[in-house]
Design a protein around this ligand. Structure first.
Ligand code: F6P
Ligand code: MG
Length: 284
């Protein structure tokens, strides 16, 4: 049985994606503000955030809206909490590379554990605009066109045994990685191809298609890494786990990490089960 507010959120994102895509073309300048994580905002971040709040919060069964681009959680009645990264990979816009939109729908007050997610989606603005959406039943890839979503891949599953096409991509500077993570990365150089795009969504779409692993690990300078739990780690972890893969914060599923702050960071390792299992052994 489909969950109506979750389906309505996916529809609203499909409707909004072409408008966000247009702003990526038209609004590439920087704003004078920084977002709550201390990153420079571009005008598209701010515009996409306002648009998504306007479209998602009024949906029946949605009660809260949180995003990377604002300090406070906005409340709008009873229902699920939606946490959004309106433009993921926004530093890629200047260089005309891939960007995305990510969101998680939580059956709990925000900030919330990933285990309370009832749906998650990520949009990729590449040559085509696509969305991978997971609910409690399945993971589907949609083509987004003219405000609608059309399924192009049903029951998305991460390949168990990546063949020659398997990929890995790890964020952060190599000297800033912990030694055991560096040793793990060296092992993978012999097994997988290096792909790192600067937008998590671009990298995750490759892992969901070819198998392998994406990570933004704990760094010596930042013990929780870079990516945010509510609107990056959890939604993507949920999609990967629903697609038969794994997510890990280093020692357990990202979805099991307790949430204290809407902007808190978490080490992210996501992909084919075998590679995430080996990562946890390497960090043990
Ligand atoms: O939202 C954060 C983000 O843009 C991710 O999409 C991406 O994986 C990462 O930051 C890139 O960070 P860096 O510029 O350090 O490689
Ligand atoms: Mg992001």
């Amino acid at each position: 049985m489909s969950n109506q507010p979750v389906e309505d959120v996916f529809d609203a994102v499909a409707e909004t994606a072409p408008e966000i895509r247009n702003t990526l073309v038209e609004r590439v300048g920087f704003e004078s503000e920084e977002n709550p994580s201390g990153e420079e905002q571009i005008a598209a971040d701010v515009f996409a955030d306002r648009l998504l709040e306007e479209r998602l919060l009024p949906i029946d069964g949605i009660g809260q809206y949180a995003s990377e681009e604002r300090d406070e959680i906005v409340s709008g009645g009873e229902g699920y909490g939606v946490a959004v990264d309106p433009v993921d990979g926004s530093s890629n816009i200047q260089t005309n590379n891939a960007a995305g939109t990510i969101l998680g729908i939580y059956d709990a007050d925000l900030p919330a554990r990933g285990e309370t997610l009832v749906g998650a989606a990520c949009v990729l603005y590449g040559p085509r605009t696509t969305m991978i959406a997971a609910d409690e039943e399945s993971v589907t890839e949609y083509l987004l066109e003219d405000g609608d979503r059309k399924a192009v891949r049903e029951n998305v599953t991460i390949p168990d045994e990546p063949d020659d096409h398997g990929v890995y991509g790890f964020g952060g500077r190599v000297p800033d990685w912990h030694e055991d993570f560096r040793a793990y990365a060296r092992e993978l150089e012999h097994e997988l191809r290096l792909r790192y795009s600067g937008a998590m969504i671009g990298d995750i779409n490759q892992v969901l298609t070819y198998g392998g692993i994406f990570a933004y690990p704990a760094l010596q300078s930042s013990p929780q890494g870079k990516l945010r739990l509510q609107y990056e780690g959890n939604p993507i972890g949920y999609i990967a786990e629903a697609a038969g893969g794994r997510s890990s914060a280093g020692d357990r599923s990202i979805l099991a990490v307790s949430a204290d702050d809407v902007h808190q960071r978490v080490p992210v390792h996501i992909g084919t089960t075998e590679y995430v299992d080996r990562l946890e052994t390497a960090l043990d």
